[in-house]
Design a protein around this ligand. Structure first.
Ligand code: HEM
Length: 128
């Protein structure tokens, strides 16, 4: 369908599928595994809750965990430009593997996430 929020267009089931696939890719990405926990269950739950509100659906992350303060929460992890690109490549791969999300909705989501990912970079290219 068209119109409504991106959350309404994608729907909770396809969003959950996407997040699950995304962390399957993260778990296999050598640039990312050193900074993520081995068990990604809680990480995936938090990401799904965050994206729900971020895309215009129920503000589940805020309800459960408070203000996300995303940049501050990412400061303990050295996020280089290469890691941000790797994170986005995992998201691109997860979108491509989720036909329940239309190409147009996927592109809109990817563009929005690209902006947030750029904001999370906190470490220069040489380090990390
Ligand atoms: C948590 C890495 C971008 C949303 C985390 C964690 C890491 C991480 C290592 C901690 C996982 C844990 O302890 O469970 C990265 C890297 C990024 C990136 C390398 C590349 C730019 C993003 C973006 C978003 C996001 C673009 C928003 C769409 C979150 C959320 C959490 C999280 C909601 C959970 C925060 C919490 O602990 O409550 N991320 N992240 N991240 N990230 Fe990212």
């Amino acid at each position: 369908t068209t119109g409504g929020s991106l959350y309404d267009r994608i729907g909770p089931e396809a969003l959950a599928e996407l997040v699950s696939r995304f962390y399957d890719f993260v778990a296999r990405e050598p640039l990312l595994t050193p900074i993520f926990p081995a068990d990604l269950t809680l990480t995936a739950e938090k990401q799904l809750a965050f994206l729900s509100g971020f895309l215009g659906g129920p503000p589940l992350y805020h309800e459960r965990f408070g203000h996300p303060r995303l940049r501050a929460r990412h400061l303990p992890f050295p996020i280089t430009p290469a890691r941000a690109q790797a994170w986005l490549a995992c998201m691109r791969a997860a979108l491509d593997a989720t036909p329940a999300i239309s190409a147009a909705d996927g592109q809109e989501l990817f563009t929005a996430l690209s902006r947030v990912a750029a904001h999370m970079v906190n470490t220069p290219a040489q380090a990390g």
